[in-house]
Design a binder for this molecule. Sequence first.
Ligand code: SAH
Length: 463
Amino acid sequence: MQNYPIFVDLKNQPCLVVGAGPVALRKIRLMYSAGAKITVIAPEICAEITDEFDAGLTYHERTFRDTDIKGYRLITAATNDPMVNKRVSELANAINVPVNVVDEPELCSFITPSIVDRSPVLIAISTGGGAPVLARLLRAKLEAFIPASYGKLAHSMSKARDRLKKIVPIERDRRIFWERIVQGPTAEKFFSGRASEGELALDRALEEAANPDQKNIGEVWLIGAGPGDPDLLTFRALRLMQQADVVLYDRLVSEEILNLTRRDADRVYVGKKRAEHAVPQGDINQLLVDLAKEGKNVVRLKGGDPFIFGRGGEEIELLAANDVPFQIVPGITAASGCATYAGIPLTHRDHSQSCLFVTGHLKNGTVDLNWELLSTPNQTVVIYMGLVGLPTICEKLIQHGVSGDMPIALVQQGTTQNQHVFTGTLSTMNDKIAGKNVQAPTLIIVGSVVSLHSSLAWFDPTA
Ligand code: SAH
């Protein structure tokens, strides 16, 4: 190990910053937020520093002198004069005070890491000063992966520590308790911005720990799994999927995505093919309630977005009526996924100012849409579940005044390795796909934006 990592308590500690430009400002900000009493020495102090900190710092507006070095816990040199930086480093080292010279690792006795700040949780990343860009890259990854509300969770956990110690005397049991909290619905409440509900859940968990006979209720997570490519899952979807006790999924959810759920979770197929439901909708709704009441954390995985032609609303109505806690995670809907992966912008200033999402499959098996609305110029129409109704759709649009030359695309299994995009016009499309054995699911896009596909297509798994 090149360096020994520590976190230093700078509260009310005298610290010296030599230099007062933008680089110094960044260092001052961090030290200041850690509570340091900062003295700044520089011939010119930039206005940003005085504006931001005003009387919060001590300023000496002059060049650095050797005698300035005494009396500090930590010293930082951030001047643009290499001689001054070097001198500060020598003097500080001579009296054994830790010194950092910005961007000069060989003059430093300590270096400052890249940080992810979820105070009181603080993650420090260092590459020993040698590859700060790499540290920043890692930092960006962690920033994206660690919910902003981690700090709030950590704070609540630290408040509850003493109480838990009284309730659960054995250390190992306390560790199990905390593992359950940080990997379960309580933490998720914090992560979804509902800190006060999270506090309540933590309270309840503590009560349950005190009265272990009480049975707790699970939570249902209605999760949009996106159109197929597992990379299009959201961070929250993935996190919740990895905490599931049971997963209910239907046909649109691929094996690859299912494999990202917790390995020992039970999987229940409640599939759905066109007009053929493996489990009737009412039974699915009830199953979600029953499983949660058994104390299980249930993931209900849906293709695309649960609130777009996904019956997500129906499924959670019963949960709400039964006071089963639930969360909904949006997913990338087929329209967005297929359009982007086919290089067809759904709106475009030269083509289309609005976009309609409609379903081509009605309960009674007919296609009965508002054709007048669908035939409005300068818009894009996206039709879900439209393959069977395709001949009717083309015919009706032409009847309602849309040109037979209007471009139309059919995206088969969009975003997956089996994606195939068929394009044509309202007059030619049916003939074009005849005998092509088009595989469900497919999405239809009608509008002049489809003409952009030939130049903007970028995703071709067959290439
Ligand atoms: N909730 C889903 C839609 C469910 S309805 C969502 O938001 O995407 C099912 C229809 O979605 C299918 O008939 C098809 O039209 C469309 N669909 C879903 N995934 C698709 C995919 N990968 N490629 C093409 N169409 C898809």
